[in-house]
Design a protein around this ligand. Structure first.
Ligand code: FAD
Length: 351
């Protein structure tokens, strides 16, 4: 079937926070662009997170460029507030977002990059890929995974603790999601927390504000050609939001080492077997880059080599969001603005 082809200066793939921040700076620079997003509604990954999820910083520390997130009166904002903000942001800046449009491939086409979608082909001078990580949950495979007869789910499928009332639940993972899930599931179920290395808790007074500060200092040091002072990860992993602090005080945040296999009805460390009805894999995400496969840019670690946000082996392509490898704090709401600004400045559209 013949697809129609539309020429465009810049095609942004993904309409989450990274796509919106790119859109803000593209609009300001006066570029002709379109944002393609495969979801039916605004918000990127945020509408898919569990409803009780709250940000790890106050609203003023979760601002996209140009227009801050409206304040949330009661502590840190919930995911629904983020979705409302992004929805209003798109309208405020009249961002040209087409949804739902799924990008299936990006390939070279002479002077251009051809962005193939389920609807048409966009022939772009530059592409900014901002597809996030939510569609690429990482689920490690352990021996016995297929024998286990209970329920296994990943963070992406988690909704609320009441789904596990009275059950014996093993939660796997050493990051914020795992700690928050232990905190809330342990209010209705018996939980066991397992991590591959001892969890690294941040100090109680370190939240998103401090993490952003550290990411900013790192960005400034790198920009000034000074040695990399290390990002927020050097401080620890787990932000002690009120629910996690409260779980610590209840004594349920004691992590065991990772089990070595699953059994029919539980998990096991050598000869020690523990019964489990449910295993929750809060084991993180990988960048969602399948649409870039035709360009053959992936490194062994699953990322794409970049200078700033520009792909080293395909300078017409930029990567935005995903993780610190595309810019310090690039996978946070506040941090992505800085990286998006630099990405748009790096587009070199005058060539
Ligand atoms: P996404 O939000 O995932 O947006 C990408 C968009 O692209 C999506 O709409 C997706 O459907 C679409 N897409 C993907 N592939 C295609 C394709 N092939 N074609 C078309 N569209 C496509 N950050 C903070 O700043 N503060 C916090 O408190 C915070 N808490 C977090 C808690 C959790 C549990 C998680 C998982 C993350 C948290 N983050 C937080 C991190 C960060 O803000 C998110 O990961 C964020 O969603 C990344 O934004 P993004 O725009 O890069 O990707």
């Amino acid at each position: 079937q013949q697809r129609s082809v539309t020429d465009m200066d810049v095609v942004v793939i993904g309409g989450g926070q990274a796509g919106l921040a790119a859109g803000y700076y593209l609009r300001r620079a006066g570029h002709r662009f379109v944002i393609l997003d495969d979801q039916p509604v605004p918000g990127g990954a945020w509408p898919h997170t569990w409803p009780s999820l709250r940000l790890f910083s106050p609203a003023e520390f979760a601002a996209l460029p140009g227009w801050p997130m409206p304040p949330w009166p009661d502590g840190f904002p919930p995911a629904s507030h983020v979705v409302d903000y992004f929805t209003a942001y798109e309208e405020r800046y009249d961002l040209p977002i087409k949804r739902p449009v799924r990008v299936t491939g990006v390939d070279r086409d002479g002077q251009h990059l051809a962005v193939t979608t389920n609807q048409r082909i966009w022939r772009a001078r530059r592409v900014i890929s901002a597809t996030g990580t939510w569609q690429q949950p990482f689920w490690p495979l352990y021996p016995g995974a297929r024998e286990f007869t209970g329920r296994q789910l990943h963070t992406v499928d988690y909704r609320q603790p009441s789904d596990f009332a009275g059950a014996r639940v093993v939660i796997v993972g050493g990051g914020n999601s795992a700690a928050q899930l232990v905190a809330e599931i342990s209010t209705v179920a018996t939980t066991t927390w397992v991590t591959t290395r001892p969890p690294r808790f941040l100090a109680d007074d370190v939240d998103g504000r401090v993490l952003f500060q550290v990411a900013s200092e790192r960005a400034a040091a790198i920009a000034a050609g000074k040695p990399d002072p290390g990002g927020p990860a050097s401080l620890g992993d787990i932000v002690m939001v009120p629910e996690v602090r409260e779980a610590r005080d209840r004594g349920v945040l004691q992590a065991l080492p990772m089990f070595d296999r699953l059994t029919r009805d539980g998990v096991a460390w050598g000869n020690t077997v523990q019964h489990a009805d449910v295993i929750v894999w809060a084991t993180g995400f990988r960048p969602a880059l399948a649409h870039l496969r035709p360009l053959r840019l992936r490194e062994h670690d699953g990322t794409i080599a970049v200078s700033g946000t520009k792909a080293l082996k395909e300078p017409r392509l930029h990567l935005l969001g995903y993780g610190d490898w595309t810019g310090p704090g690039s996978a946070t709401i506040l941090g992505v603005g800085r990286t998006a600004k630099a990405a748009v400045a790096q587009l070199d559209l005058d060539d």
